[in-house]
Write a protein that binds this ligand. Structure first.
Ligand code: COA
Length: 169
């Protein structure tokens, strides 16, 4: 478990377990989230638990679940780690920012990452604002590579490098 003190209390991440799978799937399937993240079955999520390249994590506030995230690339020689998914169920309370700080901490301080990167759909202004304000830089745009409900969308690639990372105090 990794924890962060915030003005609103302690936010932490811990490995997802089988008991969390209904929570994870309902979070990513919820109407307010499904246009921004992919959906997978409980079994597809569970198969990630034993994959050494992946960290499947529950985000908690004061011990209560507030979201989840998936990171990948921990076995890569490039030391390039991907924040593959982030969903915060209780939005607008700073939990997304805290989760992102914890993702950076896990990547750069605990796993020796050189680069932390992600993709985000071009219409997801809330997530892009959050990533920029946490030091992520736009690298480019994968034009119309995503298809959702009858429409092509572009993906923005963003990253933060090791030397750009500032340790959160
Ligand atoms: C994106 C997400 C993870 C952010 O988590 P959160 O807990 O709601 O975010 P926070 O409260 O920590 O911060 C949100 C920031 O976005 C800002 N914001 C909110 N709505 C916004 C909007 N429509 N456009 C731009 N910025 C917005 C807030 O003001 C805040 O910034 P500030 O701290 O500078 O004031 C969460 O909303 C979520 O799960 N969304 C659906 C799934 C998703 O988009 N995942 C990311 C996929 S790449």
């Amino acid at each position: 478990m990794i924890s962060l003190e915030t003005p609103g209390g302690v936010v932490s991440i811990r490995p997802t377990t089988q008991d969390d799978l209904i929570y994870v799937c309902s979070a990513e399937n919820a109407e307010e989230n499904r246009r921004y993240v992919s959906q997978q079955t409980p079994n597809e999520h569970q198969t990630m638990f034993a994959n050494p390249d992946i960290r499947h994590l529950i985000v908690e506030h004061q011990g209560n679940k507030v979201g989840y995230m998936i990171m990948a690339g921990f076995t890569k020689s490039s030391r390039s780690i991907e924040l593959r998914r982030l969903v915060v169920v209780k939005k607008g309370k700073g939990f997304g920012r805290a989760a992102l700080k914890l993702a950076k901490l896990l990547a750069f301080e605990q796993s020796g990452a050189h680069r932390l990167w992600l993709d985000v759909v071009d219409y997801n202004s809330r997530a892009q604002h959050l990533y920029r304000s946490e030091g992520f830089v736009q690298e480019g745009v994968l034009r119309e590579c995503d298809y959702f409900e009858g429409k092509y969308n572009s993906l923005v690639i963003m990253s933060i490098l090791e030397h750009e990372y500032q340790r959160a105090d």
